[in-house]
Design a protein around this ligand. Structure first.
Ligand code: HEM
Length: 447
């Protein structure tokens, strides 16, 4: 009886506090459907979130707040001060130091390795020929991991093997574990998490990952990204061994799932539209003069239609449909004010279908990227946010990831005719939006 009365009284007090202190301010953004007094949307997850889809608002937010939502802290034990998870102050310093490691001259030296890895995929795909369909994702995942780790670490073959097997398996498991924790809201609280089985499993995986990556610096054979970091460490007295390990793990972690998912969608898009596939093939044959040579930097620059198809796939099938930011200060947007200490979500999916893209925004039309009017459209840079927006965008965006994906796609289309249907794909959102079904394609050797 006393407990019931106590609970009712408590409810009155909480409601009174809410209505006086936390009531929606007149300039607050509209709430998403499903909002409840006091607990916000926490019955969906935790906390009260705003989803933004106006390009100017999104850019303003991305360039005002560099802090990530607390969800990114789940990976702190793994990549701590790496760019993805670093707090805003550390990130600013590190991003400035690391930007030069991704300059065009460095990346040009990766083209040879990327061609080698792409030819390996083409060769492995021979085992899949003439099947009605097969799961292409696993081939793409292994291509991405081999290419990124080879170009970032520059290991000799025998050392690389451990990355291709043990490291790949551990990183896959740790991503699955972060998703598991994300979905179990009670495990967001550290004091519960630290006693959980997931935490024990995480510790075991971290040990494996750290033991592989820490000695890597001593095996480095050529001039990849690792070498640039070692140079910075000695020139500027920055980056301890542990910092370097975190940055290398970050590069692999940031590229692994995103690039695999993007490339799988690109192959599926190419498979779905035969006239688009023919046009890509003809472009490749024309640029390469029907030869089976490796693609050089100049050849790649001429594959403009292939690039348009890649961008259009990233627009309609973005691997990162949302980006979360922690709001540090009040931000005045066009029609509302976002208050400090909340979380906001940049709606990449919505930006990519914004009415400014035109009445055909939902249609797959690579030609839009070749239309001269695209440059005036992209004066609002947030309209294309596949690689994030603002200063804390993807460090590997244009040159690294577009280069890697273009090379492998060009090799595959040159050898094989691809069949499949992107409209049958069912995706699941874990760390990125990934195809979980329907990512099956068929291949036939071109005559
Ligand atoms: C298609 C492939 C890729 C996509 C779609 C993609 C997408 C993104 C997005 C959306 C962000 C911003 C995340 C946020 O603000 O929370 C990001 C950040 C990042 N990406 Fe990528 N990425 C791709 C490939 C790569 C590759 C190949 C690398 C490395 C070589 C890479 C390294 C990074 C890093 C280090 C960050 C953190 C940047 C920072 O905070 O300064 N990404 N990526």
């Amino acid at each position: 009886m006393y407990i019931a009365v106590g609970l009712v009284l408590l409810c009155f007090v909480v409601l009174a506090v809410w209505t006086t202190w936390f009531r929606q301010k007149p300039d607050a953004p509209p709430m998403l459907p499903g909002f409840l007094p006091i607990i916000g949307h926490s019955h969906h997850l935790i906390g009260d979130r705003k989803l933004l889809s106006d390009p100017d608002d999104c850019l303003k937010l991305a360039n005002t707040c560099y802090s990530k939502s607390y969800i990114y802290d789940f990976a702190k034990d793994f990549i701590n001060n790496g760019l993805i998870t670093a707090d805003a102050a550390t990130w600013k310093v590190n991003r400035k130091l690391l930007n030069p490691a991704f300059n065009q001259q460095v990346l040009d030296t990766f083209i040879n390795e990327m061609n080698i890895q792409a030819r390996n995929v083409v060769s492995n795909l021979k085992n899949e020929l003439d099947k009605k369909s097969f799961d292409v994702l696993r081939h793409i995942v292994s291509f991405t991991l081999s290419t990124v780790s080879r170009t970032s670490l520059g290991l000799a073959d025998e050392d690389q093997k451990i990355i291709d097997t043990d490291y790949a398996a551990a990183i896959d498991s740790i991503f699955a574990l972060y998703c598991d924790r994300f979905q179990k809201v009670w495990l967001h609280l550290n004091f519960i998490f630290k006693w959980s089985e997931i935490k024990r499993k995480q510790d075991r995986l971290l040990k494996i990952l750290h033991n592989i990556m820490i000695p890597v610096r001593y095996f480095c054979k050529f001039k990849p990204i690792l070498d640039q970091m070692l140079q910075m460490a000695s020139d500027h007295g920055v980056f301890s061994d542990e910092d370097i390990r975190e940055h290398l793990d970050t590069l692999v972690a940031a590229s692994y799932d995103t690039t695999s998912s993007a490339m799988t969608h690109m192959l599926l898009a190419i498979a779905t539209y035969p006239e688009i596939q023919d046009r890509i093939y003809n472009e490749i044959q024309e640029v390469m003069q029907n030869k089976d040579d490796d693609f050089t930097k100049h050849d790649l620059q001429k594959l403009v239609y292939l690039e348009a198809v890649m961008k259009e796939t990233l627009r309609l099938h973005s691997a990162t449909p949302i980006i979360g930011r922690k709001i540090d200060v009040d931000i005045k947007l066009k029609n509302c004010t976002i208050r400090a200490n909340s979380t906001s979500i940049i709606g990449v999916y919505a930006l990519h279908r914004h009415p400014l893209w035109g009445p055909d925004a939902n249609e797959f039309k690579p030609e839009r990227w070749l239309d001269p009017s695209i440059s005036s459209l992209l004066e609002k840079p947030a309209l294309f946010a596949a690689f994030g927006i603002g200063k804390r965008n993807c460090i590997g965006r244009k040159s690294y990831s577009m280069l890697m994906m273009k090379i492998v796609l060009a090799h595959i289309v040159r050898q094989y005719h691809i069949s499949g249907d992107i409209n049958k794909v069912v995706c699941e959102f874990d760390i990125v939006l990934k195809p979980v079904s329907g990512h099956h394609i068929g291949l036939k050797l071109r005559s």
